[in-house]
Design a protein around this ligand. Structure first.
Ligand code: ADP
Ligand code: MG
Length: 692
C-alpha cells in the first residue's frame, strides 16, 4: 500500500504553500511522492577548503574564517543588504554580502567560526563574496566535510535555494514511506542501496559518491523495469502467435542459392542461417537485419522470400518510396524470370484498374511475391496466405508502426532491413524485441571511397575534378538540401543548382534533376536515364539516400552538408561505393560554417564505418534525437540515459533475464511490486497482457 501521506498535495508540505505548489506543478510535481522523485539534474561540488594565501579573483572557493562585525542597510533600489566581515584563516579580510535575507542576521555574531562558499571578487581593499553558502562551526570542532549541492531544474519564480530547502525539510520524513520495489537479492545483484537511503542520498548527499550511488539505483531500476517489459512482451508474442513453418531443407536451400548471381559473403551466409532457423519454427520471426549501405541486404531478403514461397506462402516486401519499390520489383523479376514465382508491384500511383487486379490476385493467392510501398497497408489489401513481411529501411516508417498486413490466417514472419546501423543501446531498448543479424563485410571487389570536406570557394576546382571523372566515363551525383530556392535563404536548392550547373561547369553534359515533387513517372524517367548512363550528372535532393543502385556513379558532391545528419551523410555516400571504381565524395559546408570545425563533418571525413558513425551520432546528438526513439511510442526514460548508461543497461538486461529465467511469470510474492511497476509503466505502450 502506498502511504496516503505520499499522495497528499505538495502544498501542505513544510516550506511550500499554495504559491510554490503552483510553480512546482509546472515541473510536474503535484503530490508529495512527485517531489521525492523530482531528482536533481546534477550536483555542484563544493570546493575544498582553502587558506586565504591561495585566493584568486573570480574563483569559487570555500574557506574557514571568524566573524568580525555585521552591518545592514537598504540599498537605493530598496533591497535589504546584510554585510558580514570575516577574517579568513590565512589572514585576509572577506566581506560576505546577502541581499534580502535579513533573517541571517540572527545566526551571526562576532567571534563565530564558519565555513563560507562562493565566488570571490577583489574590491581592491578586501575580498567580497555575494550570496555565499555558510555553515557555522561549533567551537574548535573541525568542519564537517563539505556536502555537494543538488542542482534542480527550475521554473521562473522558483529558486535553487528554495528547492533545496523544500527537499531538506521534506525528504527525511517522506523517504521512509516509499515502498521498496526491488527485492534484496536483486538490489545486491545490481549493487544498489535500498530505496529510502537512495532517496535521501539523491537529494541530501553527504558526499558525491553517495549521490552517484543513489542515482545508479534509480537508473538501474528504470532500465530493469524496461528490460522486464521488453522480455515479457517478447515471450507473450512468442507464446500467442503461430507462423507457418518454412524450413530451409537442403534441397530448397540449394535451389534458392542457385538463383543468386554471386557467392554470398560470410556475414550474408550467417544472416541467412539465422533467418532459416527462425522461419523453420512456429514462433514468428522478428528479426532486424542491419548492414551498412551496399553491404548486400537485398539478397538476404530475397532468400527469405524465396524460402517462404517454396513452402507455398506469400511474401510481401515494403519499401519507403515508390522508386525503391520499383527497383526491388525489377531486381526480383529479373532473377526470377525463368521460375514459376509470380512477382507483382503495388504502389499508390498505380491506375485503379491495375491496382484492383493485383489486389484480387493477392487475395486469390495468384501472386507469390508482392513489392510495394505503404500502399500495401490499405484496408482492401488482403492476402490468401501471407507468410513473411519484409520492411526495407524501417526507420523511415517509425519503429513501432509495424506493418499490419491483413491476413486471414496465422501471423507472418517479420524481417526489418536497416541501413542505419543501430547503436547497441538503442538495439537493446527501442528495438529490444527484435533479434539482430549484422552484415559487416562488404561484398568483394569494392573500391574505397575518398571523402573530403571543403567550403564553397573550393567548388570551382572540385567541378573540374568531377568533369575529369565524367571524361573517364563515370557519373556524378550532386546533392542539395532543398527542392527550390526559398526567399532570402542561401541554402542550395536542387532546382537552382541544376540550372547553375547545366548553364556553367557542365553545360556540355547531360544534367538530370530528381526530387520529391516530381511525379512518379518523371522520377522514373530520370532514374532510368541515369541508370543507362544517358544522364551524366544527377542533381537531387536527399531522395537518393535510400537505395538507388547505379554502380557507375562514383562522384558525389553534397552541398550544405553541415545541415545533414551523420547517418544521412553516410547513407548518401553509400550510393557511390557500389562499383569497382574508386569513389569520391566532397561534403561542402555552408558559407559561414567552418567545415574543419564541424564535428559531424570531421567524423564523416575520418570514418567510413557506419557502425562507428552511428555510435558517434548517438554521442553527439543524444538519444532523444535519434531516429526511432522519439517515434518509438515508449515512455521517455526519466533518469537513465542511453548514451551515458550503456553499462547499466547491459547489467539491467542481464538481471531481467536472470529474474525471468527463475520465474517466467514473475509470480513470486517478492516480485509483485516490481511486476506492478512494469505493468503500470509499460503495460499500455507494449500491450502487455494481464497474465504474467
Ligand atoms: P544494401 O545492403 O544497401 O541493400 P544491396 O543489397 O543493394 O545493398 O547490395 C549492393 C550491391 O552489392 C548490389 O549491386 C548487389 O548486387 C551487390 N552484392 C550483394 N551481395 C554481393 C556478393 N556477395 N557478392 C557480390 N556482389 C554482391
Ligand atoms: Mg537496400
Amino acid at each position: 500500500m502506498v502511504s496516503s501521506k505520499l499522495l497528499e498535495s505538495v502544498q501542505f508540505l513544510p516550506g511550500i504553500g499554495p504559491l510554490r505548489a503552483k510553480l512546482l506543478a509546472k515541473l510536474g510535481v503535484y503530490r508529495a511522492v512527485d517531489l521525492l522523485f523530482f531528482f536533481p539534474r546534477s550536483y555542484e561540488e563544493v570546493p575544498p577548503l582553502e587558506s586565504s594565501d591561495a585566493f584568486s579573483d573570480n574563483t569559487r572557493v570555500s574557506f574557514i574564517g571568524t566573524v568580525q562585525e555585521l552591518d545592514e542597510r537598504v540599498t537605493q533600489s530598496g533591497k535589504h543588504m546584510l554585510g558580514c566581515l570575516v577574517i579568513a584563516d590565512g589572514g585576509s579580510a572577506v566581506r560576505l554580502v546577502w541581499f534580502n535575507q535579513p533573517f541571517r542576521k540572527s545566526d551571526l555574531r562576532s567571534g563565530l567560526r564558519l565555513v563560507a562558499t562562493g565566488v570571490l571578487r577583489s574590491t581592491g581593499l578586501h575580498w567580497e563574496m555575494t550570496q555565499p553558502q555558510i555553515t557555522v562551526i561549533d567551537g574548535d570542532e573541525s568542519p564537517a566535510p563539505q556536502k555537494p549541492l543538488p542542482v534542480y531544474s527550475l521554473t521562473e519564480g522558483l529558486k535553487q535555494s528554495a528547492t533545496r530547502n523544500m527537499m531538506r525539510l521534506s525528504v527525511p520524513a517522506l523517504a521512509g514511506l516509499v515502498e521498496e520495489v526491488l527485492p534484496e537479492a536483486v538490489r545486491e545483484r545490481l549493487d544498489v542501496p535500498p530505496v529510502d537511503i537512495a532517496l535521501r542520498d539523491i537529494h541530501l548527499p553527504h558526499c558525491l559518491d553517495d549521490a552517484l550511488r543513489a542515482q545508479r539505483r534509480f537508473k538501474t531500476q528504470e532500465l530493469l523495469v524496461l528490460q522486464l517489459a521488453i522480455a515479457m512482451q517478447r515471450s507473450q508474442r512468442e507464446q500467442s502467435a503461430k507462423s507457418p513453418r518454412c524450413e530451409p531443407t537442403g534441397k530448397i536451400h540449394a535451389r534458392i542459392l542457385s538463383r543468386l548471381r554471386f557467392t554470398l559473403t560470410g556475414d550474408q551466409q550467417n544472416a541467412i542461417a539465422d533467418i532459416g532457423r527462425d522461419m523453420a519454427a512456429e514462433v514468428p520471426m522478428n528479426r532486424l537485419l542491419q548492414g551498412d549501405v551496399g553491404s548486400g541486404k537485398t539478397v538476404v531478403a530475397q532468400y527469405a522470400m524465396l524460402l517462404c514461397v517454396a513452402h507455398g506462402f506469400q511474401a510481401a516486401l515494403m519499401a519507403p518510396t515508390e522508386v525503391l519499390a520499383r527497383q526491388h520489383a525489377d531486381t526480383l523479376e529479373r532473377s526470377l524470370a525463368s521460375s514459376r514465382v509470380r512477382v507483382a508491384l503495388l504502389i499508390g500511383s498505380m491506375p485503379r484498374r491495375q491496382r484492383q487486379e493485383i489486389i484480387d490476385q493477392l487475395a486469390a493467392g495468384e501472386i507469390d511475391l508482392v513489392v510495394g510501398t505503404q500502399a500495401l497497408l490499405a484496408e482492401d489489401v488482403e492476402f490468401r496466405s501471407l507468410g513473411l513481411v519484409i520492411v526495407d529501411e524501417q526507420h523511415k516508417f517509425g519503429v513501432m508502426q509495424r506493418a499490419q498486413l491483413r491476413t486471414e490466417f496465422s501471423q507472418p514472419h517479420y524481417l526489418v532491413l536497416s541501413a542505419t546501423p543501430i547503436p547497441r543501446t538503442i538495439a537493446m531498448t527501442v528495438f529490444g524485441d527484435l533479434d539482430v543479424s549484422t552484415i559487416r563485410q562488404k561484398p568483394p571487389g569494392r573500391s574505397a571511397v575518398h571523402t573530403y570536406v571543403a567550403s564553397p570557394p573550393s567548388l570551382d576546382s572540385w567541378w573540374k575534378f568531377v568533369d575529369d571523372q565524367l571524361k573517364l566515363g563515370r557519373q556524378a551525383y550532386v546533392i542539395a538540401p532543398r527542392v527550390s530556392a526559398a526567399d532570402g535563404s542561401e541554402i542550395a536548392s536542387a532546382e537552382g543548382i541544376h540550372q547553375q550547373l547545366s548553364g556553367g561547369p557542365f553545360s556540355r553534359r547531360h544534367v538530370g534533376l530528381l526530387h520529391g515533387r516530381l511525379t512518379s513517372e518523371e522520377k522514373e524517367a530520370v532514374l532510368g536515364d541515369f541508370a543507362r548512363g544517358d544522364v551524366e550528372v544527377l542533381v537531387a535532393t536527399t531522395v537518393v539516400e535510400v537505395g538507388i543502385d547505379v554502380p557507375n556513379a562514383t562522384v558525389m558532391t553534397i552541398l550544405d552538408a553541415n545541415l545533414l545528419g551523420l547517418s544521412q551523410l553516410h547513407q548518401l555516400r553509400g550510393r557511390i561505393s557500389r562499383g569497382s571504381h574508386p569513389g569520391f565524395v566532397c561534403a561542402i559546408a555552408s558559407a559561414g560554417c567552418d567545415g574543419t570545425d564541424n564535428k559531424r563533418l570531421q567524423a564523416f571525413e575520418k570514418s567510413d564505418d557506419g557502425f562507428e558513425l552511428a555510435e558517434m551520432d548517438l554521442q553527439m546528438r543524444g538519444p532523444g534525437d535519434l531516429l526511432g526513439t522519439s517515434q518509438s511510442g515508449l515512455p521517455a526514460l526519466r533518469i537513465a540515459n542511453l548514451v551515458e548508461d550503456a553499462s547499466l543497461l547491459e547489467l539491467a538486461r542481464d538481471v531481467a533475464g536472470e529474474i525471468l529465467e527463475d520465474d517466467p511469470s514473475l509470480s513470486h510474492p517478492v516480485l509483485q511490486k516490481l511486476l506492478k511497476q512494469t505493468r503500470t509503466r509499460y503495460g499500455k505502450a507494449m500491450q502487455l497482457s494481464d497474465v504474467g
